[in-house]
Design a protein around this ligand. Structure first.
Ligand code: MEV
Length: 419
């Protein structure tokens, strides 16, 4: 991608936007063709069709010096525009820097009915090498690519509704996979030997969605001068954003909404790439509560030059091989558009989008409020719901925005007058 800046893209008619993204037909699955019912049939049970979402492309992103067009699947107005606009502000200072830890997932085993917990602990500890070697045999493909088991941790769960027991964590590097299958299979494979070693019963054997060893981080600087707009000074906007962040840092009621704004961006890319957004959501919120109190996933500060600095760190269990990422044509095209080569590349883009989305929400909330930005697109939706067609949609939407009354009853009344 030579540049993710496509001036005027927003104002182009749909066909011209499609042409700009898909000039030679290699992105047909993004611009129209997608998952057919026949292709969906083997994916889940009782298939009768498919469910579609709007697919937009976020512009202006530079992540680790690379220009990237980001596909986002989402039904909510203002999200794609917000991400694109904030990515434009971040570009002036080089865009987003992002990094990620090794793609290590955690598989959990619940060891029950053990007579002597200390003896069980020692028996597992003593057989760790043997157990890790057995886990490595589960997925030879992953092993060939440099993945595989990394460690086996034994955790003492001393207080629970059924009394004390041991929880085992199998740490597994899943490379470019989301990893649930490899990890679940490895846990199931180890369970009988662990029962033999301890005389206990391995009850649950399942991946943990608190993927806190598979973290992705993004940071950006917004130069102070970029922040002024309309009647708001740059300092006012910068400080207002930090005050808004402080609310989320201190208060779980606000943090839930603040993080929801981050997930507006995160989920849209996770969904566009065929990844498991429930897993990413679960990991995000559990991570936000890791210190015992639910808080903001992001952090906003002022740097030494007075610029606004933002950071986001969160678990990011996404893959680019296997599952829906492999069989869903739109997911394949989405990965291709971003030119990602590894799951870590994808994770890093996703957190950059999450950070941009968070900034868009805080900037709006700290200044003019969120409704104005929502109004235009929302007005179009209301116009359509009221029965407007073709050119009527824009005319009616403009009337609703001018009146600042974006309501279906008013839209219906105006439409009646128009026809
Ligand atoms: C709405 O989908 C998201 C926001 O509520 C996020 C926030 O409050 O930070 C605007």
């Amino acid at each position: 991608m030579s540049s993710s800046r496509l001036p005027g893209f927003y104002n182009l008619p749909l066909e011209e936007r499609q042409q700009a993204i898909n000039p030679d037909g290699q992105f047909d699955a993004l611009t129209g063709g997608g998952l057919t019912p026949e292709a969906a049939d083997p994916m889940i049970e009782n298939v009768v069709g498919t469910h579609n979402l709007p697919l937009g492309v976020a512009l202006n992103f530079v992540v680790n010096g690379r220009e990237v067009l980001v596909p986002m699947a989402i039904e909510e107005p203002s999200v794609v525009a917000g991400a694109s606009f904030m990515a434009k502000l971040a570009r002036a200072a080089g865009g987003f820097t992002a990094s990620s830890s090794a793609p290590e997932m955690i598989g959990q085993m619940q060891l029950l009915d053990v007579a002597d917990l200390d003896a069980a602990y020692k028996a597992i500890e003593g057989a760790k090498d043997e157990l890790l070697a057995a886990a490595a045999e589960v997925d030879p493909v992953l092993a060939k690519l440099g993945g595989g088991p990394r460690d086996l941790e034994i955790r003492s769960i001393s207080e629970s509704p059924i009394g004390p027991f041991l929880g085992l964590h199998l740490i597994y590097d899943v490379r470019d996979a989301m990893g649930a299958n490899a990890v679940n299979t490895a846990c199931e494979r180890l369970a009988p030997r662990i029962e033999e070693l301890t005389g206990g019963r391995v009850h649950l054997r399942i991946l943990s969605n608190l993927a806190d060893r598979r973290l992705a981080r993004a940071a950006c600087t917004i130069e102070l001068a970029q922040l002024a707009f309309e009647g708001f000074s740059a300092e006012q906007v910068r400080d207002g954003i930090i005050e808004a962040w402080a609310f989320a840092a201190a208060d779980p009621y606000r943090a839930a909404t603040h993080n929801k704004g981050i997930m507006n961006g995160v989920d849209a890319v996770v969904i566009a790439t065929g990844n498991d957004w429930r897993a990413v959501e679960a990991g995000a919120h559990a991570y936000a509560a890791r210190d015992g109190r639910y808080t903001s996933l992001s952090r906003w500060t002022v740097d030494a030059d007075g610029n606004l600095r933002g950071m986001l760190e969160m678990p990011m269990a996404v893959g680019i091989v296997g599952g829906a990422t492999k069989v869903h044509p739109t997911a394949q095209a989405a990965l291709k558009l971003m030119e990602v080569e590894t799951a870590s590349d994808l994770a890093e883009i996703i957190v950059a989008v999450g950070l941009a989305q968070n900034l868009a929400a805080l900037r709006a909330l700290a200044t003019e409020g969120i409704q104005r930005g929502h109004m235009e697109l929302h007005a179009r939706q209301v116009a359509i719901a009221a029965g407007a067609e073709g050119a009527q949609i824009e005319t009616l939407a403009a009337k609703l925005v001018a009146e600042k009354t974006v309501r279906i009853d008013r839209a219906e009344a105006l439409l009646k007058d128009m026809s």
